[in-house]
Write a protein that binds this ligand. Structure first.
Ligand code: NHR
Ligand code: GAR
Length: 221
């Protein structure tokens, strides 16, 4: 198939890019019928850039430190997304808070995965906060990105038990594996036209998604 007719994804990263790798693999296996049109990192040293190169993908580094304001940084992102004709923007370990300059033109076409059971623990250090609170469960949430940080409507939530000897690192490693399974599924729903952001929240197959998202199961399609 001609890659130009495939829906085009942008994956925005800042670090290891293991979620990016999950998308590269899902596209290669045709679990996702899409083309990753651009990988953008704000961090020139992101390991994920190498993963993109290895897969033959176009990359672009837009270093936030080169811009005087968040808005100017976001405008540079928007310009790149437009020139790459992007249909859906996927935040995958992207560590810069976005302003309306980016969110507005892409609202409803902008997804994030956050490493907590939202609405618990928006922001940073989620695993340590879950352990400090003695939570029996942790996980990750895919959500539509809106102006409110980690506050956009949840789509898909995956949970797993915390373990007695867990550290933030050991818990993060298990949540990470869960993320790689669940994030491509949410993107698949979007690309199949089954998932939309409406004024009332996220909708899947014509039904409102609950405030905690659809509960992810390994056999979900
Ligand atoms: N932007 C908007 N408008 N809304 C969201 O929901 C967003 C977003 C940008 C990124 C990812 C998010 C996460 O999943 C995300 C969601 C970065 C920070 C942060 O505090 C918080 C949440 C998320 C990403 N960033 C610092 C900043 O000043 C920088 C931290 C650093 O560089 O280490 O931008 O967790
Ligand atoms: C993932 O666990 C993701 O949920 C989290 O960072 C990790 C990125 O891993 N995202 C955030 O914390 C966003 N603030 P990766 O770079 O290997 O995909």
């Amino acid at each position: 198939m001609n890659s130009q007719v495939l829906p085009r994804l942008a994956i925005l990263i800042s670090g290891h890019g293991t979620n990016l790798q999950a998308f590269i693999d899902a596209c290669a296996r045709r679990e996702l019928v899409a083309h990753i049109g651009i990988v953008i990192s704000n961090n020139p040293k992101a390991v994920g850039l190498q993963r993109a190169h290895n897969a033959g993908l176009a990359t672009h580094t837009i270093d936030h430190r080169d811009f005087a304001t968040r808005e100017e940084f976001d405008q540079a992102l928007v310009n790149e997304l437009h020139s790459a004709s992007i249909d859906l923007v996927v935040l995958a370990g992207f560590m810069r808070i976005l302003t309306p300059v980016l969110v507005q033109p892409f609202v409803g076409r902008l997804l994030n995965i956050h490493p907590s059971l939202l609405p618990k623990y928006p922001g940073m250090r989620t695993h340590q906060r879950a352990l400090d609170s003695g939570d029996a469960e942790a996980g990750a949430t895919v959500h539509f990105v809106t102006q409110e940080l980690d506050g956009g409507p949840p789509i898909l939530q995956g949970r797993l038990p915390t373990l007695p000897d867990d550290t933030a690192e050991s818990l993060a490693a298990r949540v990470s594996i869960l993320e790689h399974a669940m994030y491509p599924l949410a993107v698949r729903w979007y690309l199949q036209g089954r998932l939309q952001l409406t004024d009332n929240g996220a909708v899947l197959d014509g039904k409102m998604i609950a405030a905690t998202g659809v509960q992810y199961r390994a056999d979900a399609r």
